[in-house]
Write a protein that binds this ligand. Structure first.
Ligand SMILES: [Zn+2]
Length: 380
């Protein structure tokens, strides 16, 4: 066995990832053409860095056909998504030839605050992937979320009381099911800004920027293939492709065509994911031109067992409502959230890159105007 080499694609922080990706992009500009539209948000990162969405368009400025790869919708999950973007920039784009109407777009950090500060949510505790709604109802919450409110959002982390709360969760699961508990805990709620899985009371700056980027740069699009990378659900290193589109809808069928029948609809109970509110892909679909065909998938890479991941979400929410991120408890909670969503494990990282490369390759094979060296070309 050889000693593990440092992974060249996973980056140490949001700001380093951003700088290196922009730099890699500029090196490719002469070959492919590059338009960068960066949208800075208010606030900054831990080192005072700018927080921005960077929409990097390689190829056609006003594409008819585009592959979009986006990262960091859930902030800290952006380590895996950006690693795939760095892989694409260094291993795929230098060898690709694009027709005049085709573009490859890397959208770095949909939620740059969460990526920079190691949280899933933004500065207002809003989960971006529950925030893509046209109308917000501040009373919207599942009755069982309210029933479990103190268990999901504990006022303290006292070990004795915590044990009692997990027993309550177990009784709830015995009475209903694990899947129902999962749905209640993560589907998104709009009533409690300090509670877990808060979807917001209005569109957030980042989600508005993302939809504006789509509306502006993809206004002429006829084909869009989109991968938005997530982590934390499923077996260690395994990947499930999820869409928010209804099973059997035109968008779901096109996604199935691109990714070989592997895309599962969250809304119809066939996925590891339970139905979710306010998903990004629904917002993107509404922002694209009406005739545009959209194949969309969230690659969801598993990390640790669901209970560990959920405990990490819950402790992180407690920390930012009741605790102090600077003390030792706070630091331990943040470190555990990071590990739960970005395992410090060479095998896991390799699995992300290998599967990510495959998904991108399948997407490129279905995108008009792409020549992949080495790929078999059909005589269309
Ligand atoms: Zn996620």
């Amino acid at each position: 066995m050889t000693a593990a080499l440092p992974d060249p694609f996973f980056q140490p922080s949001y700001v380093v990832s951003r700088e290196r990706l922009l730099e890699a992009g500029h090196l490719l500009a002469a070959r492919l053409g590059l338009t960068v539209d960066s949208r800075a948000l208010a606030g900054h990162g831990p080192a005072g860095e700018t927080l921005a969405l960077d929409f990097m368009i390689f190829g056609a400025r006003r594409p008819r056909h585009a592959l979009v790869i986006s990262s960091g919708t859930h902030g800290v999950e952006g380590y895996a998504g950006s690693a795939i973007q760095h892989y694409v920039a260094s291993r795929i784009l230098p060898r690709l030839a694009l027709g005049p109407d085709t573009a490859i777009i890397l959208q770095h950090a949909n939620n740059p605050f969460g990526f920079a500060w190691s949280r899933r949510v933004n500065e207002g505790n809003v989960d971006y992937n529950r925030n893509f709604l046209e109308q917000f109802d501040p009373q919207k919450v599942a009755p069982d979320y309210e029933l479990l409110y103190d268990t999901l959002n504990p006022p303290d982390l006292d070990p004795g009381r915590e044990a009692g709360r997990w027993e309550e969760v177990q009784r709830f699961i015995d009475r209903t099911s694990l899947r129902h508990f999962q749905q209640v805990a993560v589907e998104g709620q709009y009533k409690y800004p300090q509670g877990m899985q808060f979807g917001g009371h209005a569109p957030q700056a980042g989600t508005r920027h993302l939809l504006a980027l789509v509306a502006e740069h993809l206004a002429a699009a006829e084909t869009v293939v989109w991968l938005d990378v997530h982590t934390g659900l499923g077996e260690f290193g395994a990947c499930e492709l999820i869409t928010g589109a209804a099973a059997g809808s035109a968008s779901h069928l096109f996604s199935q065509e691109v990714w070989n029948g592997a895309v599962k609809s969250a809304s119809s109970g066939e996925s590891l994911s339970t139905p979710l509110n306010g998903l990004l892909d629904r917002g993107v679909a509404a922002a694209l031109p009406e005739q545009c065909r959209l194949a969309f998938a969230y690659p969801e890479f598993g990390t640790y067992p669901m209970e560990r991941v959920l405990r990490a979400f819950r402790a992180d929410n407690w920390l930012h409502v009741h605790g102090d991120p600077r003390d030792s408890t706070g630091k331990a909670i943040s470190a555990e959230l990071l590990e739960a969503l970005n395992p410090d494990n060479a095998r896991w990282r390799r699995m992300i890159i290998e599967r990510g490369a495959q998904l991108v390759d399948q997407a490129l094979a279905h995108l008009p105007g792409v020549t992949r060296p080495g790929a078999h070309r059909s005589a269309a």
